[in-house]
Design a protein around this ligand. Structure first.
Ligand code: UDP
Length: 325
């Protein structure tokens, strides 16, 4: 595998993966509509500004580049927004993925890595969650990803020689330890970013959404993974595909979770700011707890986390956040 085509490579997770591909000496073409991504976040390779809905440009770019593998990040990612505006999610996350799968099939391209999510599991019976857990998303974001994953699985079953790896991300956070890239959205909703922006004074308080969940302290639990460890999982998935191991699905997380309150404590400690926190009603679409069993990823690819440390995650995110205007 030498040439990698990356949709959404100008976005948060995509840009960290492009960085890792560059460090590995691979050739990269990023295809991104820059709706939430940033051209300057693409640290390596070339950038084509384009939309997945533009099939002509997508086909032309892919047929000229002829990649050995395709990593598909481009998507909307906010649970609450997906509840309020579901069709936006089905159009971008499901229909645009279908566009991409169709073009790949037309051009006889294989080796897809797909950004899926723990949201496909809905409210799992047990935590940590294995890949065998039934898929039962409770919000349109999770449903939109579940459907594109299924399209991919059905296509792989029908087309000999078409292989994919779906990576189900748990809660991705942190930033490049060298401070070159990080999360940069206009209206950040994700917990760690939101907490740090509150410490910075951009918001007057952080709300804890829901205190009556069936968890030890009544507050939601998530498994936070550093974005560079997640990027390494993509390289491991590439090696898996290159090794002819066939299609697979892997959970990406560390295997233990933190409640929102624990994250707040770490954010206060790292920033040195005792920012205001308020208990608030539940947010629509949130499951109580999501923790990854990543045994399959580790066993199949040899992936090992390097930054399994919430304080490191928050510190790298803070160093990135404080230098943003
Ligand atoms: N959360 C919160 N306050 C915020 C943002 C998030 O209490 O301002 C909670 C949210 O309810 C969830 C957890 O933090 O339980 C992680 O949410 P996030 O949006 O970061 O990621 P998600 O799990 O939705 O992908």
């Amino acid at each position: 595998m030498k040439k990698i085509f990356v949709t959404g490579g100008a976005g948060y997770i995509g840009s960290h993966v492009v960085k890792a591909l560059g460090e590995r000496g691979l050739e990269v073409l990023t295809y991104d509509n820059l709706s939430t991504g940033h051209a300057e976040a693409v640290l390596h390779g070339q950038l084509v500004t384009g939309d997945l809905a533009d099939r002509a440009l997508l086909r032309k770019t892919l047929s000229e580049y002829h990649p050995d593998a395709v990593i598909h990040f481009a998507a909307h990612i906010e649970v609450a927004e997906s509840v309020a505006n579901p069709l936006k999610y089905y159009r971008n996350n499901t229909l645009n993925a279908l566009n991409l799968w169709e073009v790949l099939r037309e051009l006889r391209l294989s080796n897809v890595i797909f950004s899926s999510t723990a949201a496909v599991y809905g409210i799992p019976q047990d935590n940590p969650v294995t890949e065998e857990t039934a898929l039962a998303p409770i919000n349109p974001y999770g449903a939109s990803k579940m459907m594109s994953e299924r399209l991919l699985a059905d296509l792989a079953a029908a087309e000999k020689g078409f292989d994919y790896v779906a990576l189900r991300y748990f809660n991705v956070a942190g930033a490049d330890p060298q401070g070159r890239i990080g999360q940069k959205y206009r209206n950040a909703t994700h917990l760690i970013t939101r907490a740090l922006k509150t410490a910075k004074g951009e918001y007057d308080r952080l709300q804890i959404f829901g205190t009556d969940y069936a968890t030890p302290d009544g507050i939601c639990i998530r498994d936070y993974i550093h974005v560079d460890d997640l990027a390494a999982a993509h390289l491991a998935a590439l090696d898996h595909l290159a090794g002819g191991c066939g299609s697979d699905i892997f959970n990406c997380g560390y295997g233990h979770g933190y409640s929102v309150r624990e994250v707040v404590d770490v954010a206060r400690r790292v920033t040195g700011v005792d920012f205001c926190v308020e208990e608030a009603p539940r947010r629509a679409g949130d499951p109580p707890a999501l923790v990854a069993d990543s045994g399959r990823l580790r066993a199949a690819t040899g992936w090992k986390p390097r930054h399994d440390d919430l304080e490191f995650i928050v510190r790298t995110a803070w160093e990135w956040e404080r230098q943003l205007a």
